[in-house]
Design a protein around this ligand. Sequence first.
Ligand SMILES: Cc1cc2nc3c(=O)[nH]c(=O)nc-3n(C[C@H](O)[C@H](O)[C@H](O)COP(=O)(O)OP(=O)(O)OC[C@H]3O[C@@H](n4cnc5c(N)ncnc54)[C@H](O)[C@@H]3O)c2cc1C
Length: 430
Amino acid sequence: MADEKFDAIVVGGGIAGTVASYLLAKAGLEVMLVERGTFAGSKNVSGGRIYSHSLEKIFPDFGREAPVERKITREKISLMTEESSVTLDFYSGSLGKQGSDSYSVLRSVFDQWLAEQAEAAGVMIVSGIRVDDLIVREGKVCGVIAGEDEMEADVTILADGVNSLLAQKISLCRELLPSQVSVSAKEIIELPPEVINDRFHCQDNEGTAWLFAGFPSGGRTGGGFLYTNQSSLSLGIVCTLSDLVEGDKSLPQLLEDFKQHPAIEPLVKGGKLVEYSGHLVPEGGLAMVPKLVGNGVLVIGDAAGFCINVGYAVRGMDLAVTSAECAAQAVLAAKDKQDYSEVSLKEYETNLDKSYLMQDLKLYKNLPHFMESTPRIFDGYPRMAADMLTDLFVVNGQPAKPLLKNMFKHVRKIGIANIMRDGWKGVRSL
Ligand SMILES: Cc1cc2nc3c(=O)[nH]c(=O)nc-3n(C[C@H](O)[C@H](O)[C@H](O)COP(=O)(O)OP(=O)(O)OC[C@H]3O[C@@H](n4cnc5c(N)ncnc54)[C@H](O)[C@@H]3O)c2cc1C
């Protein structure tokens, strides 16, 4: 027998779950949010930088009110080999303009702020409880089971993150494939704000988002990331699981080597390690999106595979917010009709289709396969760039060679046909 009945139960106190529960409670529904961590955000990991466009629709002033770290005004991308780093450095005030602004965040702090907004809107947050199963009667999800407790609701929203065991239990999705997820290891390294400003050429409250390809993931599918926070750096690596198991280095070792790289070591020098975390990242794109709706149930955020990694930017948090909003709108429409069937809740899919989220996932649908099938991106090209620039800049008393001949020597190692094919496939998948 159920102990209590709610209009909606949301499983997972990450960005998707807290936003969905906030919107439903704000509209007057009785909502319970169940989070297995001791508080919302305690188990959550991002690089991370949140693009504000979707959250600003819900909390217009969140850039000022929420505990964000720094507004990102500098983007960097580096191709790395063991001893070199070739970097594209883009600074622009337009990166910080309202609507296209983005902020580095620390999830344990940021998610708590979101949870506070949800609680203030009337959400009952239950932390430290893991949902073990769903109550299913006559093919309809009627609530959740946590230990000995059963809690019923008209609708249940699964926001339990990547590898949603609950969605798997009711056959909305299959077990994840190792090629569809990356594994990450991340450190938060404390440094004084003025040291960060000096090392990253930042103004107060402005920051850098920096992605790395090549050496950080050991030349395998994946990469490194570095985000400047107010008084810390978020430094980490991601590596596709299927690739990682074939490599000879463990993830912690890859991260350690990345930290020791001559281009990184001076940036983290003197810093104090204050947090170490590991997490999965859904990287299969559209192909890994599960069945999103069932009778009395919807799947949102990472649990729905909503994450896009285009190599120069990672986006999961803004998608989590949008999926939460689309789901909340569908639940409110279902409540009006008093119909929580799959057919009624399919409005969630319609809302998603109308949003940028599905359009972007469709646009980038071939990208995961391109990355997976083009290992040169993570090995050959970083090396080619480093070799070319070495030849360009090294002056050692030897007679100089014609520039074209010098460059062509390195191009030949990969092959012009391969470069053209990769370029064509890469551009088409973007
Ligand atoms: C290393 C890394 C870097 C990233 N960088 C970025 C970035 O820079 N920008 C960006 O936009 N995105 C980034 N992402 C992706 C982003 O973090 C996710 O897309 C986002 O966190 C998804 O939010 P969510 O609420 O769906 O899931 P989560 O944040 O994972 O939240 C799921 C919640 O559900 C809870 N939960 C799980 N199972 C249960 C259960 N059975 N019962 C109760 N609670 C449960 C978990 O404890 C957790 O709190 C990154 C991810 C990683 C791992």
